[in-house]
Design a protein around this ligand. Sequence first.
Ligand code: PGA
Length: 251
Amino acid sequence: MRQALVMGNWKLNATKASVEALINGLVDAAKDNATVEVAVCPPAVFIPQVEALTADTAITYGAQDCDVNTSGAFTGENSAVMLKEFGCKYTLVGHSERRVIHGESSEVVADKFAVAQENGLVPVLCIGETLEQFEAGETKAVVEAQLQAVVTKSGITSLNNAVIAYEPVWAIGTGKTATPEIAQEIHAHIRSWLAEQDAAVANKVQILYGGSVKGANSAELFGQADIDGGLVGGASLDAVEFSKVIAGASA
Ligand code: PGA
């Protein structure tokens, strides 16, 4: 049985005051839904504040990205080593906003996945198709290619210590959620693609759904057999709404 994981991705949103209110507002939800792991991914500059605020709670946290390098002349970047020093458990890699806006290829994402893992972080590998690819019926081929880049670089068993987040790009921040049936079909496909290579890995790996998850749709999405929780953007910025999302993962 895979543990449910609900992860907030704050993107480029936070103030010192909002971080304090949000973390304090999630403590009860984490306690009341003890079967669900609750995690947040703040902008990197707020990680020390999140480290302090979550110290006596079950809430875990991670970064939204990490560099392919661990140190050196790479202006503006944060390394997996630094994130680990500040208590991060996770880092997202390959979020669609990094792939699209920052031009990250699947090979760069695979390098980030490897360096995160080598330095003790659990990479959350984000995959998913654009609207054009969805309409062209290319979803399965796209997610397979995105997964293949990581398998080629790090091997199938690297996914024993990772999380996959399937996020159709057309559903991110648009209010358009994939129906639970569409999401389940793709999650099941991802798991069977993995199972062709290693059944134990396929059975173990948590596959999160992301894309306009909110309190009103979380229970139905997370109730699907192959959906093990969510990666949540907009709805994770409000403690009351995010608490409802978390409750939706509590079996
Ligand atoms: P959203 O974002 O929940 O605001 O659609 C999800 C994500 O980008 O991880």
